[in-house]
Design a protein. Structure first.
Length: 219
């Protein structure tokens, strides 16, 4: 209970970036001993949602543009490996069917203006993709990266960003395009589309400074 509550408070911005956490204060707040608090904090540090500092201080990380770029660099490598495994093992068609259900559900949520649900399906698309590889190690690494991705997205929303309900911008790679390339067993095309998809995400997420303001355009 402590772990889940702290995780959601970090991701949704209730515990803002830079907030320092105290075992004593958290134990009082939750009405538990310091043991469960300590275990939860260590787990969240492992997930990348908290950062351990000198003198045993723990705080919610302030993500820099370099952090965001690095998270998506790792995700590109990991999910590219998943795509290659899916196609090479002959699982392209069955994976496409599951991804397509997700894409349709995400589109329905967007059409209804339910951006919170659409965001859930957005992350679920990538969870399905990695799980379809059948690699337990890829899934284990992915669980950490997706937590850090949610932290990125939560920080963006907390900074005042809102989803734009308009159609994708020209050149933007969608989940539908990626899933169809996987269906067609087009490894090179799927890998290129996935990289472009993540490059687009980095531009969006890293285009804001640590206070959530829109960064000035590059000259």
């Amino acid at each position: 209970m402590v772990l889940e509550r702290l995780r959601e408070d970090i991701i949704d911005g209730t515990l803002a970036a830079g907030t320092q956490l105290s075992e004593v204060e958290l134990a009082k707040s939750f009405g538990v001993s310091r043991g469960p608090i300590r275990e939860a904090l260590q787990r969240l540090i492992q997930e990348g949602l908290l950062r351990g500092e000198p003198h045993r201080r723990v705080s919610v990380p302030v993500l820099t543009k370099e952090d965001i770029t690095d998270i998506y660099l790792a995700r590109t490598a990991l999910e590219s490996a998943a795509v290659q495994s899916i196609i090479a093992s002959g699982k392209a068609e069955e994976t496409y069917k599951e991804l397509d259900r997700n894409v349709r559900a995400e589109a329905a949520a967007e059409a209804a203006g339910d951006w919170q649900t659409a965001e859930k399906y957005d992350l679920e698309f990538h969870t399905i993709l990695v799980a379809a590889s059948g690699s337990q190690r890829l899934q284990r690494m992915f669980s950490t990266l997706i937590s850090e991705t949610r932290l990125c997205m939560g920080a963006l929303t907390a900074g005042g960003a809102r989803h734009d309900p308009k159609a994708p911008t020209p050149g933007e790679v969608t989940h539908r395009q990626i899933s169809e390339l996987i269906r067609d067993s087009d490894t090179a095309g799927a890998l290129a589309a996935l990289k472009k998809h993540f490059d687009d995400s980095v531009v969006t997420l890293a285009g804001r400074d640590s206070e959530g303001r829109q960064a000035p355009p590059a000259e």
